[in-house]
Design a protein around this ligand. Structure first.
Ligand code: ZN
Ligand code: ZN
Length: 350
């Protein structure tokens, strides 16, 4: 079959790779009908991979159709339309059984928890992929949820919802979202769905601020975001901040911008082993700080209902569709952060 492969910094190729197989009786093989390129794929693309190896297929967001199931798969049959939550659980440990697949007790590192970050679990930017423990790692798709919405529901939307949940947003509050890519945009929608009165949004790209404004976000303008946020909140700061970038600078902005006794929730991916946190200031501020990776299975039921009811619209973040064969160009465009580029979907039939 055809797939994209990661060969090193800024080197994604479209090539022939071995077909996925049902290697264990609990596996399934899914033919991919749409795959997303995620902001965290850009960490890999930029030369900050989670595994030292190369040559594997990236991608952890997709929808598709089941084509083969192992003997012990009971809930799915060939022909079923499914989505694949980006976090991969084992079904066997207590945390997975409770839905917290991102904290699977079997997993030793990121490479066990997610498709497409190492050769162990080949990714979804391919014509097909193998799904371990298919009974838990596949989710049946209702007819009224589109492929576009479903791809966003595999990772970006639940990550945003999880980030907002951990920011403990209450009705009437003012929330600051840092980073207005797909996760930030979905965080804004999530915050409103949780009852936020105001959502302010920071992003370096002016076009992203303008697009976010169409979703009701108040864009933070000017070179000094912290001062602008202070002015926009009567000198007080937002009640909660959801950080969806993961850089030191943006996490620091979140910590400084939030009001006294406010909450900061980080879902941007950070690999910094020595983040400089001023403990004295945090203590005086009575800061609440949360950081984590979303267990997609846990967040999904609420988000599916909100999507079906039209309370959130995940498909609005999809801006481009490319053939899988155009994958290298799609990566280049996404990495450029050009105006109008939000979320890119790949079509493996082309
Ligand atoms: Zn993702
Ligand atoms: Zn587990």
């Amino acid at each position: 079959m055809k797939a994209l492969t990661y060969q090193g910094r800024h080197d994604i190729r479209y090539e022939e790779v071995p077909d996925p197989v049902v290697a264990s009786p609990t596996d399934a093989v899914v033919q991919v009908t749409a795959a997303g390129i995620c902001g965290s794929d850009l960490h890999i693309y930029g030369g900050n991979p989670f595994s030292p190896e190369v040559g594997y297929t990236p991608g952890h967001e997709c929808v598709g159709v089941v084509v083969e199931t192992g003997d012990q798969v009971t809930r799915f049959r060939p022909g079923d339309r499914v989505m694949l939550p980006a976090s991969v659980g084992c079904t066997l440990c207590p945390t997975c059984a409770a839905g917290f697949t991102a904290r699977c007790e079997r997993a030793k590192s990121m490479t066990d928890l997610c498709y497409g970050v190492s050769p162990q679990l080949p990714g979804s930017q391919a014509q097909a992929l193998a799904v371990p423990y298919a009974d838990i790692n596949l989710v049946r798709l209702p007819e009224d949820i589109s492929d576009e919405a479903a791809v966003v529901l595999t990772d970006n939307a639940p990550t945003a919802w999880y980030g907002c949940r951990r920011a403990r947003i209450s009705p009437g509050e003012t929330v600051l979202v840092i980073g207005l890519g797909p996760v930030g945009l979905m965080a804004a929608q999530s915050a409103f769905a949780m009852g936020a009165a105001r959502v302010l949004g920071v992003d370096l790209v002016a076009e992203r601020r303008t697009f976010a404004a169409t979703l009701g976000v108040e864009p933070v303008e000017g070179d000094d975001a912290r001062a602008a946020v202070r002015d926009m909140t009567g000198g007080r700061g937002p009640d909660a901040v959801v950080e969806a970038v993961g850089s030191d600078a943006t996490i620091q902005l979140a910590l400084k911008a939030v009001r006294q006794a406010g909450r900061v929730s980080v879902v941007g991916v950070s690999q910094n082993e020595a983040f400089p946190l001023h403990m004295g200031l945090a203590q005086v501020k009575e800061l609440e700080f949360a950081i984590g990776l979303c267990s997609v299975h846990y967040e999904l039921p609420v988000l599916m209902s909100l999507t079906q009811a039209g309370r959130i619209t995940p498909e609005v973040v999809v801006s481009h569709r490319f053939a899988l064969s155009e994958g290298p160009a799609a990566y280049e465009l996404f990495n450029s952060r050009a105006d109008g580029v939000h979320k890119i979907l790949l079509d493996p039939s082309r």
